[in-house]
Design a binder for this molecule. Structure first.
Ligand code: ATP
Ligand code: MG
Length: 295
């Protein structure tokens, strides 16, 4: 889907974008909270390349890859169709390794939010039903899932394909995250990493291991996607499987506000580190950050 030389060229383009502070020339498909998703080639993309923060060494990248593969396998075992996804790496001159998770490009009009936009709200819409069913089948103490609509593609055959695999939300038998979360803390100020690792990351990850909070998050994200009219339908669909602890529209709205605030704070911390590295330390800040996000 993308050759080694092509990926090296793409990484050069990203580095240039980092230096110039402009993503012109890059086909940015999504600024996720974690990864930057770039279409390649820019003209008519066939690959979605999800750039991860740099790994300290090839061994660190290999450890990530092992967890990543286990996560894909666990999702498939639980009945999900996962977009074909492979880790590719580009070594940098300083010994670090940049990872890209590469997937085929799936048609934008089939992304779940786009699909819902074309029909009236309905708790029995096949996309809504399938998302809820997949959450029930996949989520537990071991496997976590970010089931937000923007992470699903609705194929012509009616099946949903899951896209968002760059952060493997997986726990080992000891109940600890199998993922070395430090990779994802690299874009944050150095002094903040320990408190984030200890107090923030565990609570963020824990949400994805609990069906109710995953469904709450799915519903809350409708507001970010400007799919507000779908909120009652999705709450109804979620409550069919939640039994004695149903969601309320009120709760979803509150959750949306506090969740948006948390991600905004995390983005601000990364911006602060960018300023510190670039302006004070005169060093490169090797990540592209989104501009203003409508939340
Ligand atoms: N294979 C793909 N084909 C087409 N578009 C894609 C593909 N993968 C991702 N995208 C687009 O990029 C967006 C972000 O991708 P993804 O969810 O994998 O990244 P993320 O960093 O985990 O995002 P977030 O942290 O916000 O959940 C998707 O919502 C989708 O719009
Ligand atoms: Mg996503």
């Amino acid at each position: 889907m993308i050759g080694t030389a092509e990926l090296v060229a793409l990484e050069d383009d990203v580095r240039r974008a980092v230096r110039t502070g402009s993503d012109a020339g890059l086909r940015v498909l999504g600024y996720g909270e974690i990864s930057l998703v770039i279409g390649f080639p820019a003209g008519q993309p066939r690959a979605a390349c999800k750039r991860l923060p740099a790994f300290a060494s090839a061994a660190h990248a290999a450890r990530y890859e092992a967890v990543f593969e286990r996560y894909l396998e666990a999702l498939r075992q639980r009945g999900l169709t996962v977009a074909p996804s492979a880790l590719h790496t580009v070594p940098a001159s300083d010994g670090t390794v940049t990872g890209y998770v590469v997937q085929p490009i799936l048609p934008a009009e089939h992304l779940a939010p786009a699909v819902l936009r074309t029909s009236p709200p309905d708790a029995d819409h096949p996309v809504v039903r399938a998302v809820v069913d997949h959450v029930v089948a996949a989520v537990d103490e071991t496997v976590g899932l970010d089931a937000q609509l923007s992470n699903w593609v609705h194929a012509d055959d009616g099946r949903l394909t899951y896209l968002d695999v760059t952060t493997p939300i997986l726990r080992g038998p000891d109940g600890r995250s199998a993922l070395d979360v430090d990779v994802f803390l690299a874009p944050f100020p150095w002094a903040m990493r320990a408190p984030l690792r200890r107090f923030v990351v565990p609570s963020i990850l824990a949400r994805y291991h609990d069906r109710r909070s995953v469904l709450l998050d799915v519903a809350a994200n409708l507001l970010k996607e400007r799919l507000d009219p779908w909120l009652p339908a999705v709450v109804t669909a979620a409550n069919r499987v939640l039994g004695t602890a149903p969601l309320t529209v009120e709760e979803v709205r509150k959750d949306y506000v506090s969740d948006a605030r948390q991600w905004e704070t995390l983005l601000r911390l990364r911006r602060a580190d960018r300023w510190w590295q670039q302006t004070v330390r005169r060093r490169e800040y090797p990540f592209l950050l989104p501009g203003r996000i409508e939340r």
